[in-house]
Design a protein around this ligand. Structure first.
Ligand code: NAD
Ligand code: MG
Length: 402
């Protein structure tokens, strides 16, 4: 490959779980990828270590109070790296003219504005930050259509669905798709007696049977809110409605999702549960590259199980499914209340089963209008957060004693 075909990549959220997996893949292919920017919220030490290894053009720290500390540390190990701070810094590295690819791996609503900036600038956008589509799917997809940017899903299920669809099509009906089968592991509490869920700890919730991930998405997997958010994400990515998507619990996490066609065919994508596979797929698409992932040993897998989700066990999934049916800001409200609730659960302020009740009470207390603009979605997000925090603060939702 010549130097001009080297892709310059901005990693939003490089210090996280997805960010680390992406850098692992990128490091295997210096002839293909060069890191333009790395970013973190507050993890200076991790960001410094990554900058030392990858020598990016820019390092962004979201927390502006850490800009000086980061600059001092980088002066020695990465003197060619410029330091910028704040959300504006994230937006700039997404839009920069030198950048070809933006890998969106910030967790939560904080990822929306920087990811959207990459979309609007027409970059190749590799999307892990599902919350941005959940909050502002219509705005986001309108921006994709307007800029003609290439949007590739990294979320393993959506990446699998993408791989099982024809390369070019004008929507699922004309491609002969009957429905999407969105697989879920069921998380660590799939078989735990429902009566014991109120007392589970953050560490138990984060101990995912198959995937190693950041703490927020790990709790979302335990409540299955993650699958609910993914259902909404899939509706936007594949221009379909929730009635065309069936959630399937598949505890082995070997099939990453399936597409069912009207001729009776069902296509599936299989692989070891390692995010480097969908990341490498999206980075190289339409080519294929080595991801460093062990090949799947089908004899080792031996069996694949499937069961329908139980919505009484997983009320967060039911809430997200209801939000998916609504053509308004409900998904943004559910997403924001969930972020606050998960944070409060991780800080041991509320119990596990109160995550769903908090989301439901915040949603019921608001009257969601249509999604009109980024500013309006952000203000709905703020209002839902404030209501959730207020509800926790006044003890309306407090941790049960046990
Ligand atoms: P993580 O918590 O491990 O990492 C999050 C990253 O975002 C870190 O680099 C952190 O510094 C940065 N960040 C956090 N808050 C920020 C803020 N307010 N502003 C700017 N940056 C901020 O999370 P993760 O598990 O890597 O997940 C990242 C995203 O990818 C999430 O949206 C998640 O749903 C999605 N995702 C993750 C996985 C996985 O296997 N981890 C799989 C599919 C999708
Ligand atoms: Mg997923």
């Amino acid at each position: 490959k010549t130097n001009s075909s080297v892709q310059k990549v901005t990693l939003l959220g490089s210090t996280g779980s997805i960010g680390g997996s992406a850098l692992d893949v990128i490091a295997r292919h210096p002839d293909r990828y060069q890191v333009y920017a790395l970013s973190a919220n507050q993890s200076v030490a991790k960001l410094v270590q990554q900058c030392q290894q990858f020598q990016p053009k820019v390092a962004v720290i979201r927390d502006v109070s850490l800009v000086d500390e980061l600059a001092q540390e980088l002066a020695e190990v990465a003197p060619g790296t410029d330091v910028v701070g704040g959300e504006q810094g994230l937006i700039e590295v997404s839009r920069a003219s030198e950048v070809d690819t933006v890998l969106a791996a910030i967790v939560g609503a904080a990822g929306l504005a920087p990811t959207l900036a990459g979309v609007q600038a027409g970059k190749r956008v590799l999307l892990a930050n599902k919350e941005s589509l959940v909050m502002a799917g219509k705005l986001f997809m309108d921006a994709v259509a307007q800029s003609h940017c290439t949007l590739l899903p990294i979320d393993s299920e959506h990446n699998a669905i993408f791989q099982c669809l024809p390369e070019r099509h004008d929507g699922l009906p004309s491609a002969g798709v009957e429905r999407i089968l969105l697989t879920a592991s069921g998380g660590p509490f799939r078989t735990k007696p429902v009566a014991e869920l109120a007392a589970v700890t953050p560490d138990q919730a984060c101990a995912h049977p198959n995937w190693s991930m950041g703490r927020k998405i790990s709790v979302d997997s335990a409540t299955m809110m993650n699958k609910g958010l993914e259902l909404i994400e899939a509706c936007w990515l594949f221009a379909t409605g929730p009635s065309n998507i069936q959630v399937v619990i598949h505890p082995q996490s070997v099939i990453h999702s399936m597409v069912q066609y009207k001729d009776g065919s069902v296509l599936a994508q299989l692989g070891n549960p390692d995010m480097r596979t969908p990341i490498a797929h999206a980075l190289a698409w339409p080519e294929r590259i080595d991801a460093g992932v062990q090949s799947l040993d089908i004899f080792d897998v031996a069996r694949l199980d499937f069961e329908p989700p139980n919505l009484e066990r997983f009320p967060c999934l039911a809430l997200a499914m209801a939000a998916a049916e609504r053509n308004d800001c409900s998904a943004a409200i559910v997403n924001a209340a969930n972020e606050v609730a998960v944070d409060a659960f991780l800080n041991e302020q509320i119990g596990f089963t109160q995550i769903a009740s908090l989301i439901e009470s915040v949603w019921q207390s608001m009257s969601p209008g249509p999604v009109a603009s980024l500013a309006q979605v952000m203000s709905v997000d703020q209002e839902a957060r404030a209501k959730a925090l207020e509800s926790i603060g006044r003890g309306a939702i407090s941790k049960p004693a046990h």
